[in-house]
Design a protein around this ligand. Sequence first.
Ligand SMILES: CC(=O)SCCNC(=O)CCNC(=O)[C@H](O)C(C)(C)COP(=O)(O)OP(=O)(O)OC[C@H]1O[C@@H](n2cnc3c(N)ncnc32)[C@H](O)[C@@H]1OP(=O)(O)O
Ligand SMILES: N[C@@H](CCO)C(=O)O
Length: 362
Amino acid sequence: MTVPVTGAWRTSDHPGRRQWVTGGPIRTEAGGVLPAFSLAYETWGTLNSDASNAVLVEHALTGDSHAAGPAGPGHVTPGWWDGLIGPGKALDTGEYFVVVPNVLGGCQGSTGPSSPDADGRPWGSRFPSLTTRDLVTAETLLADTLGIERWAAVLGGSMGGMRALEWAVTWPPRVGALLVLASTAQASAEQIAWASPQLHAIRSDPGWHGGDFYDAREGPHRGLGIARRIAHVTYRSEPELAERFGRQSQADGRFAVESYLDHHADKLVRRFDAGSYVVLTESMNAHDVGRDRGGVAAALSRVTARTIVAGVDSDRLYPLAQSRALAEGLGGEVAVVTSPYGHDSFLIETDQIAALVKALLG
Ligand SMILES: CC(=O)SCCNC(=O)CCNC(=O)[C@H](O)C(C)(C)COP(=O)(O)OP(=O)(O)OC[C@H]1O[C@@H](n2cnc3c(N)ncnc32)[C@H](O)[C@@H]1OP(=O)(O)O
Ligand SMILES: N[C@@H](CCO)C(=O)O
């Protein structure tokens, strides 16, 4: 794994508990080519003899393969669904073999813009544009390599929900059950609009260098930090911010809510690559399960998996109405997660998400 200096972010050269599959080429939906790629992944539990107990868990924009377990060497954050994955938990690793890949285009072990090409130079601006379908195509390599013809279930929230849905639409026989949380069948104007100033913030940072900043003294960490501040507001709800922070100010003169956003920006720029942020954000903008399939309704009619679609009542980024439309398009009703925490509730409301997981697998 390379260790590019990007101003603030550095990849870890410790593998942690990751494993890798390699493959390629991938010809992307937009006509690009990635001659070779790796996907980092982690697993929990044991694959049974007929490979019928495998569950694929798909992470969100800045997530990674480390869905369970503590922070430690190679893993700067604890597992983002640690409350859900483990022995006796909703995703019981005594029963299921849980697989969590880092997404193609990411920066936590899988091939992304910071990765070296065949000549050893970081891909940077030459990294191809990716769509949700491309990300899922890469993940079929992982399933095939592990000998998993059919996932017992595919689960994901937000961008992870996009991939979960795309799996079920593209490969109906390979997905037994599907849980889509706080996500959508296609990115809306509102979601693309919120992404727009984030992308501008990164690209207008002098440290961006057109995307080829990996050998520069300083990368676009300021732009990435601004992007995270914008994004993080959309990940939480207005009532939560009002209740938690109100108009409190701090001794340093910042409003408490400004300090909170600064903190989240600072944390992200230390653990995430701006190039991956751009590629993955643009993949979400391009997300549309109906593209070249006769529209969303026709695409959803392909799904054969037992499905639960859930939305969060306070989600202002992926509003409940969008999840309701998706659920109805799949012939069901939306499950409602009740929470003040907005979009991030799929990472926070462990008990409610556990109930959904159990209902799906039960
Ligand atoms: C799979 C994925 O989607 S990504 C992997 C996990 N996700 C992330 O890491 C994304 C970034 N983080 C988040 O989105 C959220 O923190 C979550 C969803 C993980 C957790 O949410 P919560 O538990 O509600 O945490 P919250 O948003 O309140 O943040 C708490 C942090 O803010 C800090 N904080 C709170 N108030 C302030 C303030 N006024 N000034 C500065 N910092 C503050 C806390 O000290 C705490 O810091 P720490 O995380 O370094 O310990
Ligand atoms: N907090 C999540 C929200 C995106 O869905 C993340 O950073 O990935």
